[in-house]
Design a protein around this ligand. Structure first.
Ligand code: AMP
Ligand code: ZN
Length: 112
């Protein structure tokens, strides 16, 4: 499948991994927008939040529980932002579900 994140999961494309288990992978974003910028992805190829199904409930719960642990381990003690861009108008550029962890600086609101 021609999916950059599936290729990262398979090892065909290298990444700077910060966490991995049987269900998810977390790695540093190539084009970081904050001192901490990590992407957390399910190993299952799901295009976007829009394409989630009932059977993904446990997986998404797992993703969020691990996001909190990963952010803590990366030193985001004062807070951080979790971002999901969904679909073209949402700013999604990679069509494999992913959550950004952004931290290490104060975040502004609203995002652009
Ligand atoms: P989004 O715009 O929400 O779809 O986010 C996609 C993110 O993936 C962007 O922040 C890119 O910098 C990041 N990205 C794309 N290719 C790679 C890669 N090979 N390794 C790490 N991050 C990547
Ligand atoms: Zn994929």
């Amino acid at each position: 499948m021609d999916c950059v994140f599936c290729k990262i999961i398979s090892g065909e494309i290298s990444s700077k991994k910060v966490y991995e288990d049987e269900k998810i992978l977390a790695f540093h974003d190539l084009d970081s927008k904050a001192p901490v910028h990590v992407l957390v992805i399910p190993k299952k190829h799901i295009v976007s939040v829009e394409k989630l199904s009932d059977c993904d409930q446990g997986l998404i719960g797992h993703v969020f529980l691990k996001i909190a642990i990963i952010a803590r381990e990366l030193g985001c003690n004062g807070g951080y932002r979790i971002v999901n861009n969904c679909g073209k108008l949402g700013g999604q550029t990679v069509n494999h579900l992913h959550f950004h962890i952004l931290g290490g600086r104060a975040m502004s609101w609203p995002p652009g």
